[in-house]
Design a protein around this ligand. Structure first.
Ligand code: ADP
Ligand code: MG
Length: 239
């Protein structure tokens, strides 16, 4: 488990404008934090800074109390699930899920056990010998989740993982992700522009607009007590 602290973190790409101007945000140990806001507001940038895939222009980022500004991604105990599942097409489901453990020289028996457990939890046990081309969209996304899960990371990052799925599957996958989070208790940061997804998944929600944090709170407190019209509009609060 881990907590994540942004202290006055700014991000500027090249010599463009500030994409994230001075973010202060605490993500608590074991919570499911949803980052939500319109397209282009900086959600992916914030997530990628946690993963170490994007540099921080100024300020400090702490994970479990350690400053990680300059820590390479491979040294962060973090797994990320993307919108395009990016499975290796030539590998079986089993090998796709095992890959991240093999490259970390995890013992063979441990790999076997973790992959089978994750496959069981995600309803993939009968599909382990298939190739990605033989899977549906929902199955592929579950393999992507499984691949993150077997690493048993301190932090899960999700970047709009359900946005390529149809409505029915999205609802189904939301409950798979919720259940996983309750079961594993891993700190999760989940990016979406879908307010229903934010409200159903989040322990707390951080609402962003143009890189700025508009408000952070539980779904209910944001709905009942919005600080401004942007938050009220987003949450559909009564006037
Ligand atoms: P979101 O995920 O909320 O849609 P992003 O974090 O992807 O937003 O993007 C925030 C802003 O930063 C956008 O204006 C986008 O064009 C810009 N941006 C994102 N990635 C890069 C990059 N690699 N180089 C330059 N600008 C970028
Ligand atoms: Mg994005």
């Amino acid at each position: 488990m881990a907590n994540i602290e942004f202290r006055n973190v700014s991000k500027r790409y090249d010599d463009g404008p500030l994409t994230v101007p001075g973010l202060d945000l605490d993500i608590r140990d074991g919570e499911f934090m949803v980052l939500v806001g319109p397209s282009g507001c900086g959600k992916s940038t914030i997530l990628r800074m946690i993963a170490g895939l994007e540099s921080i222009s100024s300020g400090d980022l702490y994970i479990s109390g350690h400053r990680v500004n300059d820590l390479p991604p491979k040294d962060r105990d973090i797994a990320m699930v993307f919108q395009n599942y990016a499975l290796y097409p030539h590998m079986t489901v089993f090998d796709n899920m095992a890959f991240g453990l093999r490259v970390r020289n995890f013992p063979k028996l441990g790999i076997e056990r973790r992959v089978r457990e994750a496959a069981e939890t995600l309803g993939l046990a009968d599909l382990l010998q298939r190739k990605p081309a033989q899977l549906s969209g929902g199955q592929s996304q579950r393999v992507a989740l499984g691949r993150a899960m077997v690493r048993d990371p301190q932090v899960f990052l999700f970047d709009e993982p359900l946005s390529n799925l149809d409505a029915e599957l999205r609802v189904q996958m939301r409950s798979v992700i919720s259940r996983l989070h309750r079961q594993l208790g891993t700190t999760s940061v989940y990016v979406t522009h879908d307010q229903v997804e934010a409200m159903t998944l989040g322990t707390r929600i951080a609402i962003l607009n143009q890189g700025r944090l508009m408000q952070v709170g539980t779904p209910l407190s944001l709905y009942n007590d919005p600080d401004n019209t942007f938050v009220a509009g987003f949450m559909g609060s009564p006037p």
